[in-house]
Each structure stands twice: as C-alpha cells, then as structure tokens.
Design a protein around this ligand. Sequence first.
Ligand code: FES
Length: 263
Amino acid sequence: MTADTTDVTEEMETTIRIAVSLRWGDAFDADIARQIAEQVGADRSACLQGPSPAEKNSPLPAGGHVGFPSSEGNASDLTGTLDAVASTGARRIELVGWSAQDGPVPISWLRRVSGNWVRNHPDAAQVVVYAGTVRLGQEMDDDWRTVTGNEAPLRSVVWEEFPPFRHHLLVCRGPRCCAQGAVALHDVLHNKLVQADAIDTEVLVTVTGCMFPCNHAPLVVIWPDGKCLRLTEDNIDEIVRDLSAPQEASLTASMPPPTPDMR
Ligand code: FES
C-alpha cells in the first residue's frame, strides 16, 4: 500500500504537461494562452510556431512558462521546451496541441517535431501527444498517443525548393506592429489570398520580426519591388488584387499617410 502510494507520487512529480500553441496567432494572445493552459492542466506552455520569448515586448509571459521558474530556460519553441523539461528529470512529457482559431491546424507537426526530438533523445522521457486539437472550453478525453520516433521526418523531397511565387510578402509581427493590429489584419489578408488562390503560387507570405520602419505599423513589404505598405482594413482588398493580378500588372497599392500622432 505504502509502495503503491510512493509510485503514484513519483509518477505525478515526474510527469510534465505542456500546452503547445499550434498556429502563429495563438501564440500572441497571452490571455488565451493562459486560459488554455489552465483548462488543460498544463505545467508549461510552448509554441509550435510563434513569437520569440526573448523579444523584450513579447506578449507571452517570459519563456512561455506556466508556473515554471524562469531560471529553467526561456525557450518557448517546442524542441527547446522539451530539452528544458527533460533536463529537470521528467519521465513522462504530455503534449497538448491547442488553437483558439477556426480552420485547419498543423497538429501533424506536433507529432513530427516531437518525433524528431525523441529520435535525438532515445533515452530521455516518454513523450505522449494528445490525439486531438484542444479548443477553448473543450474538455479532453483520455486519447493519448505515444511518440515513438518513427513519425514522419522533418525533411521531404517536396520541400527542396521554393514554390514558384512571383511576390514575396513579408508581414511584420514585431511588437509595435502587433500592438497596432498586425495579427488580426494578417489573418484577414491571408484568408483573402487563399480565396484568391494566390498563396504559394503568386504570393509567398513570410512572417518576420521588426523591420524598423515601425511608424508605419502594421507593416508589410512586398518583394521584388521592395514596396513598403501600412496594412489597413481599407487597403487589404487592393493589395490582394495587385498581388494576384496577371504578371504584367504593377503594384498600385500605396502607403497610407502616416498617423499624425507619432508617439
Ligand atoms: S515592429 Fe513592425 S516594423 Fe518594427
């Protein structure tokens, strides 16, 4: 009886649950990240893709941790978080992928990335992944899958080259652009480019950190023209029309005037 109690206690102490945000936008909303972490009973949070916690003004709590001392490292990417958690002696690591956004989520990448980590750390902790994607307010069942290291790799022949895009659209997710609507506007822009069937064919969209002309936030830059634009609800349709137009068309969208208040 005593031995059983000890086993249970040890297991509880060496099991760490990590809430992993699956989409870019998820990682930027610290309130929702905290709510989800509490909802799923996570000890710690991590991003499959998202902001750098090292960035001073990141809206994420330092290191993306939930109730974890910051001295244990401040990486919030999944691989860095697995390294940090394993170094604490955790014997079982539970990954719960979540998203607060509608639409498809890269849940398969949670298994690929953790599978890659397991391949590189065969004697470290047992890693399990919750089978579904958790949404805000949704209860979890008990469907966990063990990560074996036999998951699909991080490389594939189809990822050898750039897609044949004509415009490279850089969307700033730096702190000043995020504070002025970059996340929501990027979502709208992305959805409209998808509707125009322009993503990866006409336009490759890349999210960046600060590109410096922050007074024009939220900022996008379009290459090869090098055109710098402030993204607004009013010019998104024009940008999408320009980017998905026939090759001979030139970009007509122009930078809206700067806001008079430059504080
Ligand atoms: S934060 Fe976007 S350009 Fe600086």
